[in-house]
Ligand binder design. Structure first.
Ligand SMILES: Cc1cc2nc3c(=O)[nH]c(=O)nc-3n(C[C@H](O)[C@H](O)[C@H](O)COP(=O)(O)O)c2cc1C
Length: 140
């Protein structure tokens, strides 16, 4: 089994979610803002992101733009935002264009100023980890 976590975080929520998933699965978490993820023969890549004015960060979109189907069998999304509406961000569309399957999607609240304060909370982080574990087990 070969899997990775790739995340982009502005206020720390995605980092928290990504590191919890990486610890549970004992895999590497790459912060796309700091390093180029090394994705080679991966069964699954967990992409963890917030939404900012409707879209994901440029660095994360650049990573997806450069991801090829021979690097990964499938991607799983772990998203947090105030609205939990990430339909306008291009992540899914870009993956579909590249014929990279989406193994599953998890979404939870992520606070912005006082909106959804306290989220993602411990329970949501636990649910994200359980989601990732289920996906991981499917791909073994
Ligand atoms: C500058 C900024 C813009 C945001 N815009 C949106 C938005 O358009 N829609 C939404 O649902 N959430 C929005 N949010 C909330 C974030 O998606 C949410 O806080 C997310 O959990 C952030 O993840 P991060 O802490 O990893 O950066 C915004 C947050 C910030 C800081």
């Amino acid at each position: 089994m070969n899997a990775s976590v790739v995340y982009s975080s502005m206020t720390g929520h995605s980092k928290k979610l990504a590191l919890a998933i990486a610890e549970e699965l004992d895999i590497t978490a790459y912060n796309v803002k700091l390093e180029a993820p090394e994705i080679k023969n991966n069964d699954v890549v967990f992409i963890v992101s917030g939404i900012y004015d409707g879209v994901a960060s440029k660095q994360l979109m650049d990573f997806i733009d450069n991801l090829e189907p021979d690097q990964v069998k499938a991607v799983a999304l772990v998203m947090s935002s105030t609205t939990q509406d990430y339909s306008k961000c291009q992540i899914k569309r870009e993956l579909e264009k590249k014929n990279i399957p989406i193994a599953g999607e998890f979404s939870c609240s992520g606070s912005f100023l006082v909106i959804k304060l306290g989220h993602p909370n411990k329970e949501e982080i636990k649910q994200a980890v359980e989601f990732a574990r289920q996906i991981y087990n499917q791909y073994i």
